[in-house]
Design a protein around this ligand. Structure first.
Ligand SMILES: Cc1cc2nc3c(=O)[nH]c(=O)nc-3n(C[C@H](O)[C@H](O)[C@H](O)COP(=O)(O)OP(=O)(O)OC[C@H]3O[C@@H](n4cnc5c(N)ncnc54)[C@H](O)[C@@H]3O)c2cc1C
Length: 227
């Protein structure tokens, strides 16, 4: 898997801070945008995000290329609706070197890995045979599994990203989308540390775990450590 931050709003924190200032100052953002100091940006963002006025951080958007993730993973990703997506087409792009995503649990189990390899080999053969018989990509793809790799470009604003990280960086999220989410967070943190301060699963961003009996226990561990 490859996760790359392709582009993002220039000076994202300054843009969001200037937008926030618009709501409670007589000057417009065109006047304040370039003159805000780092301390002022920090102060404004700390305040507005602390108040829960997080619509201001919708002004910063981030575009990623996710390459070589499984279709199982991309399906979970696109459930996040406040985002824009462009995905590799299985109609236009014929799969030439089928190289399915291998879950770590299967990799770690020799017998399971054998079953997996056998099935994937049959799938590859079936797909190639169908193409050879003149079946269009759009129909031959029906034999492809969840493990089929895909490339997808996703754009989310900072508010939606924080929500996405809350849901998908959690230990309860499935391993592959959790891996994607953690890599995306690692990409945006250095470029917008204030927008992504305390971003992560609920136990990190809210200090609580909504998972009940299914909790991984990390939050209890943290509480025990704090006494
Ligand atoms: C651990 C885990 C297990 C899951 N298991 C399943 C499962 O078994 N089956 C399944 O179908 N899904 C499952 N999901 C997916 C989940 O139900 C959501 O569809 C997905 O996480 C998208 O998140 P979201 O709906 O909060 O928000 P997004 O689509 O990311 O939107 C962000 C926020 O915008 C608001 N919003 C967006 N659209 C609307 C709308 N139409 N109306 C009102 N408010 C809106 C909501 O406040 C929402 O939280 C699972 C997710 C996780 C993390």
């Amino acid at each position: 898997m490859n996760v790359t931050l392709l582009s993002y709003t220039p000076d994202p924190e300054r843009t969001c801070a200037a937008a926030a200032l618009t709501s409670f100052w007589h000057k417009g953002a065109s006047e304040t945008h370039h003159v805000l100091s780092d301390e002022e940006i920090d102060d404004i963002l700390t305040k507005v995000m602390g108040y829960g006025h997080v619509s201001v951080i919708e002004h910063a958007t981030f575009t990623f290329s996710l390459e070589g993730i499984s279709r199982a993973c991309s399906h979970q990703l696109v459930r996040h609706r406040v985002a824009s997506y462009t995905q590799q087409s299985q109609r236009y792009v014929e799969i030439e070197n089928f190289s399915p995503v291998l879950p770590p649990s299967v990799r770690a189990n020799r017998d399971a890995a054998k079953v997996y390899d056998d099935v994937m080999g049959s799938v590859k053969q079936a797909y190639e045979k169908l193409i050879g018989l003149g079946i269009d990509n759009e129909d031959a793809r029906f034999v492809l599994p969840n493990a089929t790799p895909t490339n997808i470009v996703v754009t989310m604003n900072a508010r939606e990203l924080r929500h996405f990280f809350k849901m998908r960086c959690c230990e309860r999220a499935q391993w592959e989308i959790r891996d994607v989410a953690r890599r995306m967070l690692a990409c945006v943190r250095p470029v917008a540390p204030r927008l992504f301060r305390r971003a992560g699963p609920s136990c990190v961003c809210e200090g609580r775990c909504p998972e009940g009996d299914l909790s991984c226990g990390r939050i209890r561990g943290a509480a025990d450590e704090e006494g």
